[in-house]
Design a protein around this ligand. Structure first.
Ligand code: FAD
Length: 670
């Protein structure tokens, strides 16, 4: 037996609690010709990581905004807690993918792949895509779950590409690929359905017998007596702890910059609906953005929601705790040590829709008199939808509703930490121009504040209400009282004093053509106009600075309800006067007459002009509502092409697909 064999034996013994169809782990591993050989070394060597940490199952994720990561971790956790598998869960960005060649076939790999933009892989998964395109993986057995949005032409395309490339590499699919659809809001139920089928299919490969159904924490919880300079009170990274106290030198998704909002104003004139224009100052920083990029804003929860959550679980807000991972390959989900209040306010997502799986985890600790009912409810998709989802309850609302107001004081804090998702940044299409406004980033956000038709209360968006609170504070601090909820806008240790929020840039492919003489057609109703304000400011800047003598025509189709929600109404005439006949703005007002008029109707009305520009090679940009608008606009353009070219609708659709692939038809929809 050589050194490698000994390492393998270590894995074998550690995996003895797992009941495989093969008699023993030993038989299973040595039944393959391909031993685990941890030859490559290095901290990102998957095989080495598995050997070192006694792992026997691999979960890999390619995530853009954190959703794929969240589902991957949940799946890994369930395999671990229910079936006693030792799961390694990693971002494809952080591992040496070449090691997949060395993985023995009994180590099953579950992939979670999200799609971004026009069927693209997430930013961090470029190497993953490249690796798969030439991989040879005949020993690999895998499952795959995709995440996407059906309103995009290339729904969940990255997961489909992954599947295709893996099959071409000789790997074997276990179960089926299924994708969660964010567009229909069914990602959670799609995942649960996929999980059920996949676990069943896995039975043919490994004998998954339930080892335990109770909650087992992945962390050792300890309490700390006093707050020190190393205690996180809501800071997102150590860069902002008192002893460090200097902004991160590199700003990215892992190191946000706490930026001052220097100007903010309400754009709507209507009562009861709000849209906030905010300007983030990035002067004296290393932050660079390009017109058309996205700004990520890191929100935190409103005081009332935090209080409701704390009282629902009878938690003591001031308690300082630390989490030590019981698994060397896992890190605590947020910075520690911290206080319970800071975790609830700054790190946990507490207000969004409740997941059935979360209720299932918490059901173990439900007040005894409702426990059976809660367990049944968490298993019944339809009853859960009717009782919880349709009522737009957040977790605290739902649990208090089920227990008729009685606190759920038996839920362990570690269980909440693991059952809830981490608060993630929200993205906004930047509405400034990097050329005209290099020192500030503008965003245009509609405030999410909807009356819940079941409970008559307000269902609020976290970030947009926070931006409104800051806007009111900048313009008239007294007026913040009118907010339906209040935010602690000074932030942890007053870090956000001066109206600051953590941000980072996400680069996008939604860009003006490099050649300014190329005409462009922009379609952006509502806040979809945001990036087009940036595009127009960019071209105005080119004209003003004499950088462009041969500007292509710009047509902007904008839509809103009426004059009261006409965004940046005062600015457009100024841009028009500077760009002359090169800029034309066409406005569709949907609520000023009996006949509703939307951007697609205006596109049709201006069909001849639009087609003339398209025939000159114009680029088309669509931004805003992914629900219907983007599809209606595409359908209209498709009809126009079909008529103009005398071809069938199907052929016109194929043409649009080809134009999309070439980057001449781009969408920035959400
Ligand atoms: P969240 O807290 O995320 O809530 C989202 C929605 O769920 C809200 O409508 C909220 O009312 C509702 N909700 C909350 N709790 C529940 C519950 N328990 N049950 C059911 N529903 C609930 N938006 C813009 O305004 N302008 C832009 O320029 C813009 N650009 C974007 C660009 C990209 C690439 C993407 C992906 C999105 C963009 N968005 C934009 C949308 C933006 O990212 C946010 O999703 C939006 O502002 C809402 O964020 P929030 O934190 O306020 O709401």
């Amino acid at each position: 037996m050589n050194g490698t064999d000994l390492l393998v034996l270590g894995v074998i013994l550690a995996g003895a609690t797992v009941y495989f169809k093969f008699d023993t782990w030993k038989e299973l591993i040595f039944s393959n010709d391909d031993d685990i050989s941890a030859s490559q070394g290095g901290s990102n060597d998957i095989v080495q990581m598995m050997v070192d940490n006694d792992k026997n199952y691999l979960v890999l994720y390619a995530s853009q905004t954190g959703t794929a990561e969240d589902y991957a971790k949940r799946f890994a956790k369930e395999l671990k807690s229910k079936f006693a598998l030792n799961v390694l869960c990693q971002d494809v960005e952080n591992v040496n993918l070449e090691n997949l060649h060395d993985l023995p076939s009994n180590i099953i790999v579950s992939f979670f792949v999200s799609t971004y933009g026009e069927g693209d892989f997430p930013d961090g998964a470029a190497m993953f895509e490249q690796f798969l395109s030439s991989a040879h993986l005949p020993n690999l057995n895998f499952t795959i779950f995709g995440l996407g949005n059906y309103t995009y032409e290339f729904f969940s395309m990255a997961s489909e590409k992954t599947l295709k490339m893996l099959l071409e590499a000789g790997a074997t699919l276990i179960g089926n690929l299924r994708s969660g659809d964010d567009g229909k809001g069914t990602t959670e139920e799609d995942y649960l359905a996929w999980k059920e089928q996949t676990l069943e299919a896995l039975h043919d490969y490994i004998n998954l017998s339930e080892a335990s159904t109770g909650f087992k924490s992945s962390f050792k919880l300890s309490f700390v007596d006093e707050i020190s300079n190393d205690t996180y009170l809501g800071e997102l990274t150590s860069d902002y702890l008192p002893n460090h106290n200097s902004a991160p030198s590199t700003v990215d998704a892992k190191h946000p910059y706490v930026a001052p909002i220097t100007q903010s104003k309400e754009l709507f004139k209507s009562v009861g609906r709000y849209c906030i224009h905010s300007q983030f100052d990035i002067s004296n920083t290393s932050i660079k953005y390009e017109t058309g990029d996205h700004l990520a804003i890191w929100p935190f929860n409103a005081n009332e929601k935090v209080d409701q959550f704390l009282s629902t679980f009878a938690l003591q807000p001031d308690k300082i705790f630390d989490l030590e991972s019981l698994d060397a390959t896992m890190e605590p989900p947020f910075p520690c040590p911290t206080t319970i209040e800071a975790a609830v306010k700054y790190y946990l997502e507490i207000t969004g829709p409740v997941s059935r799986e979360c209720l299932s985890v918490l059901s173990e600790f439900a007040p005894v008199e409702i426990k059976e009912y809660v367990i049944q409810l968490s298993k019944d998709k339809d009853a859960f939808a009717k009782e919880i989802t349709d009522k737009q309850f957040n977790l605290a609302d739902a649990l208090l509703y089920l227990s008729q107001g009685k606190p759920w004081s038996q839920v362990p804090w570690e269980c909440l930490v693991e059952a809830l998702t981490i608060i993630t940044p929200r993205y906004y299409s930047i509405s400034s121009s990097s050329n005209a406004d290099p020192n500030s980033i503008h965003v245009t956000s509609i405030v999410e504040c909807n009356t819940n038709k079941y409970t008559d209360s307000l269902t609020l968006g976290v970030t947009t209400n926070l931006l409104r609170n800051i806007s009111l504070n900048i313009n008239d601090p007294q007026s913040t009282k009118i907010m339906p909820v209040q935010y602690d806008i000074m932030g942890p240790r007053n870090l956000y004093g001066g109206n600051k929020l953590p941000i980072h840039i996400r680069h996008s492919t939604f860009k003006l053509p490099a050649d300014p003489s190329v005409p462009i057609i922009m379609i952006g109703p509502g806040t979809g106009v945001a990036p087009f304000r940036g595009f127009v400011r960019d071209r105005v800047h080119s004209v003003e600075t004499g950088k462009c003598n041969n500007m292509g025509k710009m047509m902007l189709f904008y839509g809103c309800r009426d004059e009261n929600d006409f965004l940046y109404q005062n600015e457009w005439p100024e841009y028009s006067s500077k760009l002359d006949e090169n800029f034309e703005m066409i406005v569709a007002l949907s609520r000023v007459s009996d006949k509703k008029c939307y951007v697609q109707h205006k596109l049709k009305e201006y069909g001849q002009q639009v087609m003339a520009l398209l025939n000159q090679g114009a680029h088309v940009y669509v931004c805003g509502d992914a629900g219907r608008m983007a599809k209606d606009v595409q359908h209209t353009i498709c009809e126009m092409i079909s008529q103009d070219k005398g071809i069938s609708i199907d052929d016109a659709n194929e043409m649009i697909k080809a134009i999309k692939v070439s980057g001449r038809y781009q969408e920035d929809i959400w």
